[in-house]
Ligand binder design. Structure first.
Ligand SMILES: CC(C)(COP(=O)(O)OP(=O)(O)OC[C@H]1O[C@@H](n2cnc3c(N)ncnc32)[C@H](O)[C@@H]1OP(=O)(O)O)[C@@H](O)C(=O)NCCC(=O)NCCS
Length: 164
């Protein structure tokens, strides 16, 4: 399996994969594939990686700038992330995350934040200390990993592409 940057030829496959992976999820608004398109258009798709095997796209992850208390300060958001349903729980998501975090670190990013199930992201090094918040969501779902500098504290905001 190869983890690589997206190319223009992957755009439709990423859209389809994201729609299929999120469709059964009760927390999905059904807008994740469209969010990726909007991030790309607005120039906020900082990193977009695909997992490819024998020419097939099995997984995708997006990273985009976020603000904490209105300031960017080198923090990025992870997501949407998707793996083909029949290939989930085989380490593909973890490999996409590890590659993306490595690239963020090389860029000198301060860190990465996300909203999600702690069980999925803990193994990749994400944690929650309750000091990063997102609307009125349980802060255990608001996770981060520090790459350089201090731990984040404040209100997390994703790129405008996430606003429906
Ligand atoms: C979330 C998702 C991207 C994870 O990808 P994956 O390839 O299945 O994940 P991996 O096999 O690499 O597992 C990564 C970790 O998540 C855990 N995990 C995976 N799916 C899980 C689930 N449904 N519930 C709890 N833990 C889960 C694994 O046990 C593993 O933990 P570890 O690092 O402690 O060993 C994938 O399940 C998916 O596409 N889901 C649908 C879309 C979605 O919900 N995206 C995330 C929104 S927050």
């Amino acid at each position: 399996m190869l983890i690589r940057y997206e190319t223009p030829a992957d755009i439709d496959a990423i859209h389809d994969l994201t729609s299929i992976a999120f469709a059964p999820m009760p927390y999905s608004a059904g807008t994740e594939a469209e969010i990726i398109r909007r991030l790309r258009t607005s120039g906020d798709l900082t990193i977009s990686l695909v997992a490819e095997e024998e020419g097939e796209i099995l997984g995708h992850v997006a990273f985009s700038p976020v603000t904490i208390d209105g300031v960017h300060d080198g923090w990025f958001g992870l997501g949407p992330i998707s793996v083909r349903p029949e290939r989930q729980r085989q380490g593909i998501g973890k490999a996409l995350i590890a590659k993306g975090l490595g690239l963020l670190e090389e860029m000198g990013a301060s860190g990465c934040a996300l909203i999600g199930n702690p069980e999925v992201y803990r193994g990749a090094g994400f944690c929650s200390d309750g000091r990063l918040s997102y609307h009125d969501l349980d802060t255990r779902l608001v996770q981060h990993i520090v790459l350089h500098g201090p731990a984040p504290s404040g209100t997390l905001r994703f790129a405008p592409a996430f606003d429906s």
